[in-house]
Design a protein around this ligand. Structure first.
Ligand SMILES: [Zn+2]
Ligand SMILES: [Zn+2]
Length: 370
């Protein structure tokens, strides 16, 4: 059944979001109608609004939603009306990567998450009141809206006592940062970890590194306020990259052996090239920060051959959201993943302020509460 909803619409490249009434069409067999309770605001929304990725505009973005299932399509088996859900990236469930459990590396990830259309039907679920097509299904969900028709693979059912507004945003940046440590790098107790960038993803990685009993845990950023928060969340040491020599400090803090695991959340090529020189023998440098397609980082491969080091990229913390998000909820219940320290809440009408506060660094994780 078609219904009228309120949503924030990205109308054009770098244009502010406009709050509009839209028509949301009927759920398809593989979808659930979700009433949104809250949704995080993420850097990926900003770069899609700004045209870095080619999701067709106008579009309803938003990909860290939380809400209550109101209705399910005929083929949906994992949720039912009344269930509480957190949302994450959609995946196709059919490709080889999905079928071998690597859903973050779904071969159809781009179409599923950035295509702006249903992959199974080629349609959008959203139209303006005068009939203009609006891209939907961003990350399978398009959560900057009071309601959404969400692809089943993007839904993570959670117990009814999970506070949806407080934990809405586990499904993207938190999962990426924490999953990179816990699912992909899997440090042994006492391993040294450095995290480059203390935004949402970096801070999630620091909380996870503490949960994994890494030591030392070194936060690198250019803002002292963020480094102070990193310390509160588990960093044992901090480096302000603007006022000190990062590589020199990393070597000093690890007794000149170098760092076992370095996670870069900045995606800045020169930062990566420098960090590679601060790795321990057999160390790993992992990238989660998005860089513009075509960006290159030249690494030294002569003298460093004998060091047996690794460079790797990580998507969504290599997580299976339906497995990993409940684990993050468990860490949160244990006091080991206090994500509320990163959040500030906004109303949907304040969404442009939320993006401005995120861009200026004033707020790490804006959360829209409906
Ligand atoms: Zn797939
Ligand atoms: Zn995101």
């Amino acid at each position: 059944m078609t219904t009228t909803i309120t949503a924030a619409v990205a109308r054009g490249v770098k244009a502010p979001f406009t709050i509009e009434q839209l028509h949301l069409d009927a759920v398809r067999p593989n979808e659930a109608r979700v009433r949104l309770v809250a949704t995080g605001v993420c850097h990926t929304d900003a770069i899609v609004r700004d045209g870095v990725y080619p999701t067709p505009l106008p579009a309803v973005l938003g990909h860290e939603g939380a809400g209550v299932v109101e209705e399910v399509g005929t083929a949906v088996t994992t949720v039912k009306p009344g269930d509480h859900v957190l949302m994450s990236a959609a995946y196709c469930t059919r490709c080889l990567q999905c079928r071998t459990g690597h859903v973050a590396y779904c071969e159809n990830l781009f179409a599923e998450d950035f295509g702006g259309r249903r992959t199974s039907y080629g349609t959008t679920s959203l139209r303006s009141l005068d009939g203009e097509e609006i891209s939907s299904h961003f990350f399978g969900q398009s959560s900057f809206a009071t309601h959404a028709n969400v692809v089943e693979s993007a839904l993570v059912p959670v117990p009814q006592d999970v506070p949806l507004a407080a934990l809405a945003f586990l499904g993207c940046g938190m999962q990426t940062g924490a999953g990179s440590i816990l699912n992909e790098l899997r440090p042994a107790v006492g391993s040294s970890i450095a995290v480059s960038g203390s935004g949402a993803v970096g801070l999630a990685a620091i909380m996870a590194a503490r949960a994994a009993s890494a030591n030392p845990i070194i936060a690198i950023d250019v803002h002292d306020s963020r480094l102070a928060l990193a310390k509160e969340l588990g960093a044992t040491h901090t480096i302000n990259a603007r006022s000190s020599d990062t590589v020199k400090e990393l070597l000093r803090l690890t007794g000149d052996r170098g760092v076992n695991y370095i996670l870069d959340t900045t995606g800045v090529a020169q930062v990566l090239v420098n960090l590679a020189t601060a790795l321990s023998i057999r160390g790993t440098l992992a990238l989660v920060g998005a860089a513009r397609p075509g960006t290159e980082a030249p690494f030294e491969i002569g003298a460093s051959l004998v060091r047996g080091w690794t460079f790797k990229t990580i998507v969504q913390g290599s997580s299976v959201p339906q497995d990993f998000i409940p684990r993050l909820v468990s860490l949160w219940r244990q006091g080991l993943f206090p994500v509320e320290k990163l959040a500030r809440t906004y109303k949907l009408e304040q969404i442009n302020q939320a993006f401005a506060d995120s861009a200026s660094g004033a707020v790490i994780k804006p959360v829209i509460v409906f």
